[in-house]
Write a protein that binds this ligand. Structure first.
Ligand code: CO
Length: 159
């Protein structure tokens, strides 16, 4: 396995839309293994999209409590109302901030063998999936920053 180098802003590559994965072959497995290795080494990272390491493929990996889930050709079938989430990104140095994301998502995706899965995710993992899904569309969290909520304003009111 290899550590891949991270593409960072303002590189326009991050703005490209990724393409559907058609081949579920050994090369795909190798890319996913390398991405896992890369994410493991990036200590504060919890998700990584292929575009961030130079591949315009619709896939990302997410650290789900120590277990990596590989989302290939993901589709968000349903989502709840938005909540504020404080975010950062391995591809964006020196900026963090609040973004609105659904706190619950139902995702359909394929694994590295091409098998389909469907599942609902709640809470923090839902925000991570939203962030990574944006990457495959060429969208970054810095495009969606909102003002820090004032004291005594609930998340619902801040929407
Ligand atoms: Co990111």
């Amino acid at each position: 396995m290899a550590i891949l180098s991270l593409i960072k802003t303002p590189d326009e590559f991050l703005r490209k839309k990724s393409k559907k994965v058609e081949e579920f072959d050994a090369r795909l497995g190798l890319l996913l293994d390398d991405m896992s290795e890369t994410l493991k080494k990036a200590h504060d990272g919890i998700g990584l999209a292929a575009v961030q390491v130079g591949f315009l493929k619709r896939l990302f990996i997410v650290d789900y409590g120590g277990e990596y889930i590989e989302f290939i050709n993901p589709e968000i079938l349903e989502h709840s109302e938005n909540k504020l989430n404080y975010e950062a990104c391995l591809s964006v140095t020196g900026r963090e901030g609040y973004v609105k994301r659904p706190r619950k998502v139902t995702v359909k995706w394929q694994d590295r063998f091409g098998e389909f899965h469907e599942r609902q995710f709640k809470g923090y993992i839902s925000y991570v999936i939203g962030h990574e899904f944006d990457h495959i569309e060429g969208v970054l969290f810095i495009d969606k920053l909102v003002e820090k909520p004032k004291k005594n304003v609930t998340e619902a009111e801040a929407e």
